[in-house]
Design a protein around this ligand. Structure first.
Ligand SMILES: O=P(O)(O)OC[C@H]1O[C@](O)(CO)[C@@H](O)[C@@H]1O
Length: 529
């Protein structure tokens, strides 16, 4: 295709949402002329399913739940007035609480103001808040936000070291929809101890966002925490950023949550449009379908040319892959669906993996994200005619062209800026695209049965460790091989796991297990310390 033909194709297929100033250009996706017509029927069905979902149908059949993230930004659409009230009340409570914190009406026992937020959460209970904090944060924020998003001890130490004595001015927000996620529980316990070590009362510094009656909810009540905000079973973790999960940290940071909600709401209106060519979420879902033959055969590379959108790919990775990566379809047939997502930012990535994208295995398609506004204020010229931002656009267009020349497809999303409105719109756009695509390939986008297997297996490892430690404690300073111990705890076939657990215990001096010097790898002897 010549550049001129591409321009014609650009004009023909450009899909814009005026209310948020966003456009989607699919001209560099090589879908055949009749593709959209062929997909009209399946897309009609997807629109019907989406309309039913928005009206409160049980759109997550396995978990027998409604799926209501669209109501978060349009409470009047909630199927029951009670739900609408809860949504509105929660947003009002987030605002009021944040105002109280900023004004020092809610304050730390040993300080005048809370100046920092430590968010403890994982997956959907951290990725959205991280994206928002990084995309919209400035040096002038009301509060700085830090994260425990893993059960990595060193990771937590690093954050605590950054907080230092400011822990006394830190409000810890523990977020878990289920309230039982182990990584988050561990983060909470470690945070609590850090406060205690500084002579601070954790409860007077702590807030929870969780489902009513959950383990976390009970801990918060028992520990007399400052407050609890609700998380509802009809909002999925990966679509929860516009519930208290994302709104509370954002508002504490001083960000424009109304802008985020309004941007998402406007995008929702635009993506209810049934004309596929005028609906960017439908068009995007169709492009995903085209690129991967409806089987996820190509990966989606997210390339925002903007540092502030660095975490977009990580956020979309969960949204897309946890939603679409499914073994079975809605009829119970094994389909092993999915769409792999990765990315980082341009033009940085041009100096990393774009080499492979252009010349290597053609197993991907890209979404470029172009941000029109370069920065607040004016830009200096780095050369007579150009600013750094001119270069950024040059690299985006250049990279896109270089890929297309080699038959590598891409879409381009153009947004005016990285504002709260735009971010809300980008999130809503992808949420809707995921939902429509899931219908096209006949899967449930709103459950995640696959993650349970890893959690259960991890539980079994920890149970084995419990047994091992009981055994070792009973036999002071006696040497053992991993084989002997596996047999002794009644799990002879689990010898590799026993070995790995002992190896880890021995590497951490305080765990009371030592590896004998000079021992051979599989003949290693351990003894209780
Ligand atoms: O908010 P929770 O219940 O702690 O869950 C955290 C994350 O864990 C998952 O359930 C996956 O394990 C995600 O879907 C979710 O976002």
């Amino acid at each position: 295709m010549t550049e001129r033909q591409l321009w014609e194709r650009y004009k023909k297929y450009l899909c814009g949402v005026e209310s948020v100033g966003l456009t989607l250009d699919v001209s560099r996706m090589n879908f055949p002329e009749d593709f959209l017509e062929r997909m009209r029927g399946p897309m009609e069905k997807a629109f019907d399913a989406m309309a039913a979902l928005e009206k409160g149908a049980i759109a997550n059949p396995d978990e027998k739940r409604m799926v209501g993230h669209y109501w978060l930004r349009a409470p009047e659409l909630a199927p029951e007035p009670g739900l609408a009230k809860e949504i509105r009340d929660t947003v009002a409570a987030v605002r009021a609480f944040s105002d109280d914190v900023h004004a020092g009406r809610v304050k730390p026992p040993k300080g005048d103001r809370f100046t920092r937020v430590l968010l403890v959460g994982i997956g959907g209970s951290a990725l959205g808040p991280q994206l928002v904090a990084d995309a919209l944060g400035t040096a002038a924020d009301r509060m700085q936000v830090f994260f425990f998003d893993n059960t990595d001890p060193d990771g937590m130490d690093r954050v605590l070291a950054q907080l230092g004595d400011k822990l006394a001015e830190t409000l810890t927000v523990v977020i878990s929809k289920s309230g039982g996620t182990k990584e988050t529980r561990n983060g909470m316990v470690e945070a609590e101890r850090a406060y205690q070590q500084k002579g601070l009362d954790f409860g007077r510094h702590a807030v929870a966002v969780t489902g009513e009656g959950s383990e976390l909810d009970r801990s918060a009540k028992k520990g007399n925490w400052l407050r609890t905000f609700p998380m509802w079973d009809w909002v999925g973790g990966r679509t929860s950023v516009l519930s208290a999960v994302g709104l509370l940290p954002a508002r504490l940071q001083g960000l424009d949550i109304d802008g985020m909600l309004a941007g998402a709401r406007d995008m929702d209106v635009a993506t209810r449009e049934r004309d596929m060519l005028r609906n960017p979420a439908a068009l995007m879902a169709l492009m995903w379908f085209h690129a991967g033959n409806g089987r996820g055969q190509k990966d989606l590379v997210i390339l925002p040319y903007k540092d502030r959108l660095l975490l977009l790919s990580r956020y979309l990775q969960q949204l897309v892959m946890e939603s679409l990566g499914k073994e079975k379809d809605l009829d119970g047939k094994v389909v092993n669906q999915g769409l792999a997502v990765y990315g980082n930012k341009g033009s940085t990535d041009q100096h990393a993996y774009v080499q492979q994208l252009r010349e290597g295995v053609n197993n991907f398609f890209a979404t470029f994200v172009e941000v029109l506004k370069d920065r607040e204020g004016t830009s200096m010229r780095v050369e007579e005619e150009f600013t750094s931002g001119d270069y950024l656009l040059g690299f985006l267009l250049g990279s896109r062209r270089a890929l297309f020349e080699k038959g590598r497809e891409s879409m381009t999303l153009t947004v005016p800026d990285v504002s709260a409105r735009t971010l809300g719109a980008l999130i809503a756009l992808h949420e809707r695209a995921v939902g429509l695509y899931a219908s096209l390939v006949n899967i449930n986008a709103y459950h995640q049965p696959g993650v349970e297997a890893g959690k259960k297996a991890a539980g079994a490892v920890l149970e084995l460790q419990r047994k091992l430690l009981a055994k070792l404690r009973g036999e002071k300073a006696k040497g053992h091989t991993a084989e002997e111990l596996a047999t002794a705890v009644g799990s002879p076939d689990e010898v590799e796991t026993v070995f790995k657990v002992l190896e880890h215990l021995a590497a951490n001096a305080d765990q009371g297990v030592k590896r004998e010097p000079g021992a051979q790898r599989f003949d290693t002897r351990f003894r209780a310390g």
